[in-house]
Design a protein around this ligand. Structure first.
Ligand code: TLP
Length: 345
């Protein structure tokens, strides 16, 4: 059976053009800095995001961890969202591997951390306290519904960070979804951050890889942590070749995923039992809850959908997520809506 896979945009396979570019990629040993294709990708990423330098890393999780390790010392503290990917879904890497203490602030519905909540978490100088070093924000904010943070909000957090001699890291796994949703300039969304991680392997369809971008000196130190974590990848040009196409040809295409997510949500509004989040979707994610009368759990709904050839993620007993991407077309959306109707009536 050919599945319609709505679990995530991470499931996207490389496009035929990517496979061709991968087959033909000129490669070298990237740990020696010798891979011309990786070097080209890193230059392109830095230039596109308006930063001095970039490093290619195997995953978003490793990119975020490297950023935190590069900004912080053991015993330092990072202010993070209580619904951020870094805090919830990265296996506690910052504390397990970095000795960095997370201080969670509530994510608001719109994905932001309120400035006063950030301010309230900045430690005073006191031998009892960890040292606040870093603020992390996420754009788009996944677990708040794939919502986009504005350039103005990011600027305000950047200002707050600078006023308090803190660093700002942006988990921009899906930064181009935020760009497209707001018709914003990517450089405006990233300028206030000292470091930005973004993923090639989600809506941009590359098979593997993320980029960490920042100042030259920061990225030079980040390379050492990439090596320490085992992320030095040798002939990685095979992967970088796909990443170059992601940046050159796929960033604006995510608009289609947003359009389709809206169409999908409209269809789901007609399914009794599905309660969509307010003002959703903003980008390529649809989160919904099951109405109280539904006796099936979200996991059971996923199982029944899978029997009909449709895969989705369940978040907890009553909550699910659907993600659109370039392998999901109008027919797939219509089929998925029909399948939900078949199960929930
Ligand atoms: N997110 C995955 C799951 O882990 C939830 C997904 O399917 O959405 N930052 C953000 C905001 C992310 O959503 C993700 C992946 C990452 C970082 C980590 O990227 P990878 O999976 O490449 O380590």
């Amino acid at each position: 059976m050919k599945y319609i896979d709505l679990r995530s945009d991470t499931v996207t396979k490389p496009t035929p053009e990517m496979r061709e570019a991968m087959a033909e990629a000129e490669v070298g040993d990237d740990v020696y800095g010798d891979d011309p294709t990786v070097n080209r990708l890193e230059e392109l990423a830095a230039q596109k995001l308006g930063k001095e330098s970039a490093v290619f890393v195997p995953s978003g999780t490793m990119g975020n961890l490297i950023a935190i390790l590069t900004h912080c010392q053991r015993g330092d503290e990072a202010i993070v969202g209580d619904r951020s990917h870094i805090y919830l879904n990265e296996a506690g890497g910052m504390s397990a591997l970095g000795g960095v203490h997370p201080n969670p602030a509530p994510n608001q519905k719109d994905g932001t951390l309120a400035l006063e909540d950030i301010r309230a978490r900045i430690r005073t100088v006191d031998i009892h306290h960890p040292t606040t070093r870093l603020i992390c924000i996420e754009n788009t904010q996944n677990f708040c519904g794939g919502v986009a943070l504005t350039a103005e909000y990011t600027r305000q957090v950047g200002e707050l960070a600078r006023e308090n001699s803190l660093r700002l890291h942006l988990d921009g796994a899906r930064i181009f979804n935020a760009v497209v949703a707001q018709q914003a300039d990517v450089k405006e969304l990233t300028a206030p951050a000292d470091s930005v991680m973004f993923c090639l392997s989600k809506g941009l369809a590359a098979p593997v890889g993320s980029m960490l971008v920042g100042a030259t000196e920061f990225i030079a130190r980040a390379r050492r942590f990439r090596k320490m974590l085992g992320g030095g990848m040798r002939q990685a040009g095979v992967l970088a070749a796909a990443g170059i196409l992601s940046l050159e040809t796929m960033t604006l295409r995510v608009a289609e995923d947003h359009y389709r997510a809206k169409m999908f949500a409209d269809g789901l509004r007609g399914v009794h039992g599905i309660v969509l989040d307010e003002n959703m979707p903003q980008t390529n994610m649809i989160y919904f809850n099951l109405a109280p009368h539904v006796t099936l759990s979200a996991e059971e709904i996923s199982q029944r959908m899978a029997e009909r050839g449709i895969l989705l993620s369940w978040i907890d007993a009553r909550r699910s997520r659907l993600v659109t991407h370039y392998e999901v077309d109008d027919v797939a959306v219509a089929r998925a809506v029909e399948a939900f109707k078949g199960i929930l009536g």
